[in-house]
Each structure stands twice: as C-alpha cells, then as structure tokens.
Design a protein around this ligand. Structure first.
Ligand code: ATP
Ligand code: FE2
Length: 342
C-alpha cells in the first residue's frame, strides 16, 4: 500500500518537473502541429501541406490552414497519446512568412491558450529551424546554413544574436528549385524531384553568382529554364542547377567559417534534405577540419515540433508574452531576435 502511494507521488513529481509544449507552424504551405517535452523528445509532429500547381496564393493557403487546423491538432494529440489539458504552453510561428497564413496559426494558438488558460509564446520561424537543428545534432556554436523555400542565409551567433553573414539577394534557393521544376513541368515541390532526376545527370556550366558574402539565384533559374527549352537533357540541367547553387552556398559557408574561426557547420531548413548539398558541404568541412551536422530529414522542413521546442526553451529562459503582443510579424528578421537562452 505504502509502495503504491510512493509511486503515485513520484509520478506526480515527474509530471510537475517535465513540461509539454504544443507548437503551431503556419508560415507558408504547411500547417503543422508538434508536441515536444523538455527533454527534447518529439511526441508528435503532424502536418498538412498545400502545394498548388501554380505557386502559392497566400489567401488560398490561409483557407487550407483554416480547414485543417482542428484535424491536425487532434492528430498530434492522438499520436502523442495525451490530452489537450496535459499541454503546458502553446507556441506558434509569429513570423516571418505570409501574413494570411501566419494569422491562422496565431488565431488558433490564441484560442487554445485562452481556452485552456495556458501561456502563449510567438517565436521566430527561422530561429526555430536553427534550434531544432542544434538540439537534434548537439551542435554548440555552429555556422548555420539555413536553406529553405523562402530563405537562404549563412548565420552565426555573435553578441547575443544570430547574425546573418550572407544571404540571398533575390529568391530563396528552395523557391528557385521549385520555380524551375514548375516551369519545366516536373511538378511541385521540386526539391525531391530534381534530386532524383539529377542523379543521372552530367555537369554543364550555369551562371554562378556570389557577391561578397551574398548570393543571387534568379540568373541561374532563367538560364536553367532556357537550357531545357533549347533541348538540353533534363537530367543534366537538374544536376547542374543543384551543383551550381550548392557550390555557391558552400563558398559563403566556407568564408564564414574562416572569418569567425568556428569549427562546426549546421545545415537546416527544407533544402537540408538534399543529399548532394550534404555531400558538398561535408567535403568543404573536411578540408577545413570542421564538422558538418545536418538536421534530420523529419524535422528539416517546416514543422510544428521545431516551433514547440523554440517556445519551450524561450519559456524556460523566462520569456513571457501578453496576448496583445501576439500579433504576427511577416517581416521578422533572424538578426532582430535577442537570444536570451544561450
Ligand atoms: P521558410 O519559411 O523557412 O522559407 P519553406 O516554406 O520554404 O520555409 P521548408 O519546408 O523549410 O519550407 O522548405 C521547403 C523547400 O525545401 C522546398 O523549396 C523544397 O523543394 C525543398 N526541398 C525539400 N526536399 C529537398 C531536396 N531533397 N533537395 C532540395 N530541396 C528540397
Ligand atoms: Fe521554413
């Protein structure tokens, strides 16, 4: 009898000690809900994505997210095998992203937080891509190569902020790949498709554009589409488009390592799923005696678990937010965020 009472006490204690965070991601195509605990365990990571044939229309994406919000939340609670009342904090992507999509996530988060009387925290989507990568790979102070649809940034922590050392001057590398795939009729999203087709391809020269520490992809996109229209082999163009854009990313990352003296590279964001990019960065790191750490594929793209984790670490570090402060911020930059938890 005494034993059972002791066990119950221990269980109660464990419950008090551990925190559970539910995170909502809705910056662009994906409405995601993740649930994590403070040991970094991902208890659930569910999502529904909207990939129309013709690029993304912000209002249509918002309608998609509104229609799927409840079912994705329920799927996440089911797969975590918890009740909504077990959640201790509600986190959501406050920016950057498409305003109508962001608003769906924010409204959903406010409704849950107010209804459940739980704290709410809006977090920066880009920082969440970095921190899920650091947590999963145990990277300490890396140069971050953040490559996704909308973003291409080479980042490093300095003076309490993630500074952007270099970034795209026009479109994100993932959007460039997706636009190419759509324009030549390969479908959407383009990344995994051109990766597969490019495996059989050979190198042909395409425009390579690094300006100081910044990159530009629009000339490369135009030229690659022209080559396909002129009848060049699709597998050669797919291979070379990837090779050229990834070589540009490697050059800037290498220079960032050299300037800062850091010894780790963390690859994160949706394009981090690319095996060719991982290979090329791996070779560069080996030559510089640095180590490459890549975010696992299941949390590389937009997902709720990274938002839940970001909310949890910020909450534990003492950040609090009033409901009036949860307005979305579509242009929120990586280097505006004070990193108070490191
Ligand atoms: P962000 O708001 O951070 O820019 P996002 O909306 O672009 O995010 P992510 O899920 O982070 O979304 O990234 C999606 C991108 O990743 C798409 O452009 C997709 O084509 C690309 N991608 C996915 N898999 C691969 C791959 N194997 N090779 C290259 N690109 C890939
Ligand atoms: Fe993203």
């Amino acid at each position: 009898m005494i034993k059972i009472q002791e066990q119950n006490l221990i269980k109660k204690h464990v419950k008090v000690m551990s925190m559970i965070s539910l995170g909502i991601e809705s910056t662009a195509h994906t409405f995601g809900v993740g649930i994590v605990d403070d040991k970094g365990r991902v208890l659930a990571n569910e999502s529904k994505s909207f990939f129309p044939d013709e690029g993304i229309h912000p209002r249509e994406a918002a309608v998609h997210h509104t229609n799927h919000a409840v079912s994705v939340i329920n799927a996440a609670l089911d797969s975590a095998k918890i009740d909504i009342s077990d959640v201790d904090i509600i986190a959501f992507s406050q920016g950057p992203g498409l305003s109508p999509s962001l608003k769906v996530g924010a409204v959903t988060a406010r409704t849950l937080a107010l209804g459940l009387k739980k704290p709410i925290l809006g977090v920066n989507h880009c920082i969440a891509h970095i921190e899920i990568g650091r947590m999963k790979t145990k990277a300490k102070d890396p140069i971050v190569v953040y490559v996704s649809g909308g973003n291409t940034q080479i980042i490093g922590l300095s003076g309490g902020k993630y500074r952007v050392f270099g970034e795209t001057l026009d479109i994100g590398i993932g959007n460039m790949i997706d636009k190419f795939a759509r324009k030549v009729g390969l479908g959407n999203p383009g990344g995994p498709i051109i990766e597969k087709i490019g495996k059989k391809g050979k190198y042909i020269e395409l425009p390579y554009s690094v300006k100081g520490m910044d990159l530009s992809f629009s000339g490369l996109l135009t030229s690659a589409v022209n080559m396909v229209e002129k009848g060049r082999k699709i597998e050669d163009v797919c291979y070379s488009l990837q090779h050229t854009s990834y070589a540009m990313v490697c050059e800037v990352a290498e220079r960032a390592l050299s300037h800062t003296g850091k010894k780790e590279v963390l690859l994160t964001g949706g394009v981090a799923a690319s095996l060719m990019l991982k290979d090329m960065l791996g070779t560069m790191c080996q030559e510089r005696k640095a180590s490459l750490k890549a975010v696992p594929r299941d949390v590389a793209g937009d997902n709720g678990a990274m938002i839940a984790w970001q909310g949890l670490i910020e909450y534990k570090a003492g950040r609090r937010q009033k409901i009036e402060e949860t307005e979305v911020n579509p242009k929120w930059r990586t280097d505006e965020v004070e990193i108070g938890y490191l």
